[in-house]
Design a protein around this ligand. Structure first.
Ligand SMILES: Cc1cc2nc3c(=O)[nH]c(=O)nc-3n(C[C@H](O)[C@H](O)[C@H](O)COP(=O)(O)OP(=O)(O)OC[C@H]3O[C@@H](n4cnc5c(N)ncnc54)[C@H](O)[C@@H]3O)c2cc1C
Length: 392
């Protein structure tokens, strides 16, 4: 994937820092507009050390914040475009089930607030009592006051296929992708930006920083406060023992315990693969740390056990023995309402209009939209998507 250093051009219209899905989507969008684009990735493409590891992500329209729900709807045609270009489905509509304490607020939102937004946007859902959820979706022993809803357009996104497709599409459109080339410094000035890597330096008219959880050390020397908390979220697979049954994607909203946020979510079988394994994971915001390079990449045994205990108690269609435990690194803004960062560097940074930054949050569902919006902001100075409240 890496071109020889001696033959590389050193000036690009756009340099993208980060070869994760946002960076690759931005590279696609920039190259398709006829610009020279270079992507710099510190590891190899499709590595598992950032926020895009694993096979699947939840796709959902519902959000407690109306602007985020609108963005998911706006992302849909861009996913369809990508699917058409790649000749394969990426977003699989297996339905999305949210249930639990409907007033509990979490960084994922809140059941009551999300339903109010679905109502305002005229999006369909079915309201369910605990016994409906148990009978239809094979959950068990739910507290009697639990309620929730099923939204039929939700489902899951195929992570690996999305990454491959974005990588292929970016290169087909003319973008260069250099992996194993960590960026060490970004130096904007009035005429452009110098990007220093372990192997040399490049000049760019515009730089898009799509470095995910690794953004802070790149942005701090510029005086940009990327105010996030990092977590290594545990995840595990469980075998579905009933060959005739499958789960929708689901999220259980529960009151926190003294030890953790007590939130769990999961998926059905992968629609793009064979097999009986389904993923169930805790969404525990505990053990915060601040250096993405210091991640242990080892799931906390207590989190895996808590997940297996939840499965044993509430999911009789699964064998509660956890398989393939792993971790995924996530950066979440300290301000939960914010969800992610997106925008030009603050005006206090010299050459701020040449730098666009995206990072943090539960953002896979927005990937093609974020890529396009980064490029619009870089080249046109504005984007038509309503992202202004995520600015620095
Ligand atoms: C456990 C878990 C569950 C999730 N569930 C969902 C979900 O259900 N739905 C959803 O929509 N989202 C979900 N997300 C969030 C979603 O996965 C992320 O928002 C998305 O994958 C982030 O993509 P990215 O390109 O911004 O970051 P990344 O994929 O982390 O990419 C950033 C890239 O930048 C590179 N990089 C960083 N610094 C440098 C540097 N100095 N030089 C060169 N390269 C650099 C990194 O190596 C990395 O490849 C989840 C995340 C986790 C961890």
């Amino acid at each position: 994937m890496t071109a020889s250093v001696s033959t590389r051009p050193t000036h690009y219209d756009i340099v993208v820092i980060g070869g994760g899905p946002v960076g690759l989507a931005a590279a696609c969008a920039g190259a398709r507009r006829g610009h020279s684009v270079l992507v710099l990735e510190q590891y190899e493409i499709l590595h598992e050390h950032g926020s895009s590891g694993g096979a699947e992500r939840q796709w959902r329209l519902q959000y407690a914040q109306e602007d985020l729900a609108r963005l998911t709807v706006e992302a849909l045609p861009l996913w369809a475009e990508l699917e058409q270009a790649g000749g394969r489905r990426l977003v699989h509509r297996t339905g999305s089930l949210w249930f639990g304490d409907t007033a509990t607020s979490t960084n994922e939102g809140q059941v009551n607030a999300a339903v109010a937004v679905l109502d305002r946007l005229g999006l369909p859902y079915e309201w369910l009592a605990a016994k409906d959820i148990e009978e239809r979706y094979r959950f068990a022993r739910l507290p009697g006051h639990y309620e929730g809803f099923f939204q039929p357009d939700g489902g899951m996104v195929d992570v690996r296929a999305t990454l491959w497709l974005l990588y292929e599409q970016a290169r087909a459109a003319g973008a260069r992708v250099r992996d194993r080339e960590p960026v060490r410094a970004i130096e904007p000035d009035d005429n452009g930006v110098t990007v220093r890597t372990e192997h040399g330096h490049y000049r760019a008219d515009h730089v898009i920083v799509a470095a995910g959880a690794f953004s802070a050390p790149l942005l701090r020397p510029l005086g940009i406060d990327f105010d996030v908390e990092l977590y290594e979220m545990a995840t595990a697979y469980f075998r579905c023992v009933d060959p005739d049954f499958d789960y929708p994607t689901w999220f259980a909203f529960q009151r926190p315990t003294e030890e953790d946020t007590n939130l769990f979510y999961g998926f059905g079988r992968l629609p793009w693969a064979t097999g009986d394994l389904v993923r169930v994971a805790p969404d525990f915001e505990v053990d915060v740390f601040d250096d993405a390079y210091g991640a242990s990449r080892t799931p906390a045994p207590r989190h895996v056990k808590r997940t297996a205990d939840w499965v044993a108690e509430h999911m009789p269609a699964l064998d509660p023995n956890p398989l393939h435990p792993g971790t995924c690194l996530i950066a979440l803004p300290k301000d939960h309402e914010r969800q992610f960062y997106f925008g030009h560097a603050p005006d206090s940074v010299p050459g701020a209009r040449r730098l666009v930054v995206h990072g943090a949050g539960w953002g896979f569902k927005y990937i093609p939209l974020l890529g396009r919006a980064c490029v619009e902001l870089a080249l046109d100075g504005r984007t038509g998507y309503d992202l202004s409240r995520f600015a620095f």
